[in-house]
Design a protein around this ligand. Structure first.
Ligand SMILES: Nc1ncnc2c1ncn2[C@@H]1O[C@H](COP(=O)(O)OP(=O)(O)OP(=O)(O)O)[C@@H](O)[C@H]1O
Ligand SMILES: [Mg+2]
Length: 624
């Protein structure tokens, strides 16, 4: 861009400055990385290089090949409320640039030593400006190619209170890397390189293809589970989201991008999660990237000091489009391992329709319809037979609570009352397995249908907690599942920096749960033992999820134990579709009636359904 066309940096009049969400811009090193990258992108850069040392507290440098800053405007660039990006208050509603407050460089310069070297494309030389704690300490000519390079040293040197809130350099580094990753995802046409302490940790090619940026920022096994999202219209939604067969313990894995800006927005996040309703266990979350583009007029970006939040004029509409886009993507994808749908028949009588499909050899579908007086129980076990029924009823899951729909009629088969407990079913005798899916059992209370996975999960969960001496567990029988079991072949687990940080914070706890993990090179762990209950599972995947389950906060150990027990139980439990022989069926039922704490599995799904005598009599029109 020539010097004539380029908007000049100017001080905003006070009334505009006051209209801008004020507050803390620089919370941690990653905020600096984000602001400097945003400036590079606003300057039209096609290549951005980020260097981070010592978690960003020692040095951060962001260099770009963008338009540069004219020599005479350098001091204004670091002045508060000086920007080249907006002119008047209404511009705040038209913002297309990432920056608009004229605050970032001034805020960073106030808490560090900041040095800008910049050269416009028509200038003969570069200019340098060094500012320390907001005072200019050096100014003059320098040798550099066109573009801008901003170096920040000694971050927070004059604000020790802020410094105390920072985490370890390793954690801060990983948050910085994530900030660069977000930039690469929101601007796939720009090439990003990120080096940490001299090592290249991220290289996005700038091909313009989101998938390429994703591949550069995501672990290969997660990348392999993504399906594309695409809806065109006034509101365009694109991106790639996880298949339901892979999920994670926290919400942080779903990146939302609105008009090229990474944002945090509860409603949009809820819209993506809503699309997975019934596909994921209650406390698990999807991951991926959802990119929303709409008229800037429909978004207020000026609601948060670090611009991380946005507000929509028509939130309900955006929510619906995002939910529909994600839902359509999930429908178009290959069958997922479980699909649960509750629907209400025209007469308003609740009915449950449950289809389970698996990509492997087992295809099972079962439907339990309870239209008033009749009970219809159907199970299709042969491969392929389930698909017709499935597509006919495939509509987005209604936003009704599944549990409400299920227990909506007094006449229906229903999960046992939580207060009754599973012990009330004793003795529970196995009758058989429908296909390779549901177990049918007999109890003094009636016919009992059992979800073998949920039941096994519940049993293992209680036994693991018992073995670890945690409240809510059942000690004794089967408690050996909590002991450590050496693996024949140790698993080498490649991790993200954040996962390593979590492991380091909880190494002792992890060991107390029966895992033996040790560092095995940069960002790699070796797992030589797992809890005995999980000896036959994919150890690397389990360790990944274990590290995702941990947190960096100070939650009580017992809460962490509950979460790890639920995770191990989920991995180790038999799958719906695994055939069980009569002895195994009976053993599972025996352990199930001993499990304390309600009738649901640790993810909140029912383990059993009881068709009692009264229900069956009504259904078969045999007055009792
Ligand atoms: N890498 C860069 N290349 C070219 N110009 C830059 C660069 N970084 C900053 N500038 C100029 O300096 C000005 C001030 O930057 P600063 O980041 O402080 O504010 P802003 O980007 O306008 O708004 P915000 O505070 O929302 O980021 C910008 O408006 C821009 O003109
Ligand atoms: Mg800026």
């Amino acid at each position: 861009m020539s010097d004539v066309q380029r908007p000049r940096i100017h001080l905003l009049p006070p009334q505009i400055a006051d209209a801008i969400a004020a507050g803390e811009v620089v919370e941690r090193p990653a905020s600096v990385v984000k602001e400097l990258c945003e400036n590079a992108l606003d300057a039209g850069a096609m290549r951005v290089e980020v260097d981070i040392e010592g978690g960003g507290m020692v040095r951060i440098r962001v260099s770009d090949d963008g338009d540069g800053i004219a020599a005479g405007e350098m001091p204004l660039a670091v002045a508060r409320h000086a920007t080249s990006k907006i002119e008047e208050v209404d511009d705040l509603w038209r913002v297309r640039s990432l920056g608009f407050r004229g605050e970032a460089l001034a805020s960073i310069a106030a808490v560090s030593e900041l040095c800008i070297t910049s050269r416009t494309h028509d200038a003969d030389a570069a200019t340098l400006l060094r500012v320390r704690a907001a005072d200019v300490v050096e100014q003059g000519a320098a040798a550099a190619a066109p573009g801008t390079s901003v170096e920040v040293r000694d971050l927070f040197f004059n604000t020790p209170a802020r410094m105390r809130f920072l985490r370890s350099p390793r954690t801060e580094t990983s948050v910085c890397i994530r900030a660069v990753g977000d930039m690469a995802l929101s601007h796939p046409e720009v090439a990003f390189t990120c080096r940490c302490d001299g090592r290249t940790v991220l290289r996005a090619p700038g091909s313009g293809v989101l998938r390429d940026a994703l591949r550069a920022t995501m672990r290969a096994d997660r990348y392999a589970q993504l399906i594309d999202v695409a809806i065109e219209g006034e509101v365009t939604v694109s991106g790639a989201i996880s298949e339901p067969r892979m999920h994670q313990a926290t919400r942080g894995g779903m990146v939302l991008i609105v008009n090229r800006r990474r944002v945090h927005n509860r409603a949009l996040l809820a819209a993506t999660e809503e699309a997975y309703r019934g596909l994921l266990p209650g406390d698990r979350h999807p991951f991926g990237v959802v990119v929303v583009e709409l008229d800037p007029n429909g978004v207020d970006v000026n609601v948060h000091p670090t611009k991380r939040e946005v507000r929509f004029r028509e939130e309900g509409r955006i929510f619906a489009v995002v939910q529909r886009a994600c839902w359509a993507a999930l429908q178009g994808a290959a069958p997922s391992s479980a699909w649960l749908q509750w629907d209400t028949s025209p007469g308003g009588v609740p009915a449950a329709f449950l289809t389970v499909r698996d990509r492997g050899e087992h295809h099972a579908a079962a439907s339990l319809r309870l239209p008033g007086m009749g009970v219809e129980w159907r199970s299709l076990v042969e491969a392929g037979e389930s698909t017709g029924a499935q597509s006919e009823t495939a509509t987005p899951p209604a936003a009704t609570d599944a549990a409400v729909a299920l227990t909506g009629g007094d006449d229906d088969a229903r999960p046992l009352d939580e207060s009754t407990g599973l012990a009330a079913l004793r003795p529970l005798r196995a009758v058989g397995q429908v296909g390779s899916a549901w177990l049918v059992a007999e109890s003094p209370r009636g016919v009992v249908l059992v979800d073998p996975h949920a039941a096994h999960e519940k049993v293992l969960y209680a036994e693991l907690l018992g073995a670890w001496g945690t409240a809510g567990g059942v000690a004794g029988r089967g408690g050996e599942g909590g002991a450590s079991q050496l693996l024949l072949l140790p698993a080498v687990v490649e991790c993200e920096a954040m996962q390593i940080a979590r492991f380091e914070a909880h190494a002792e706890f992890v060991e107390s749960c029966g895992f033996t993990l040790e560092p095995f090179g940069p960002n790699v762990l070796r797992c030589t033992a797992v809890p005995a209950a999980a000896r036959d599972t994919d150890a690397a995947r389990l360790v990944h999820e274990l590290l995702d389950t941990l947190d960096l906060g100070d939650r009580p150990a017992s809460e962490r134990q509950h979460r790890v027990a639920a995770l191990v139980a989920c991995h180790a439990a038999v799958r719906l579709g695994d055939p069980l022989d009569p002895t195994e069926q009976q053993r599972l039922l025996d352990r199930l009636v001993d499990a304390p704490g309600g009738t649901t599995c640790p993810h909140g799904r029912p383990t059993v359904m009881v068709l009692d005598d009264a229900t069956l009599r009504r259904a078969f029109r045999r007055p009792g």
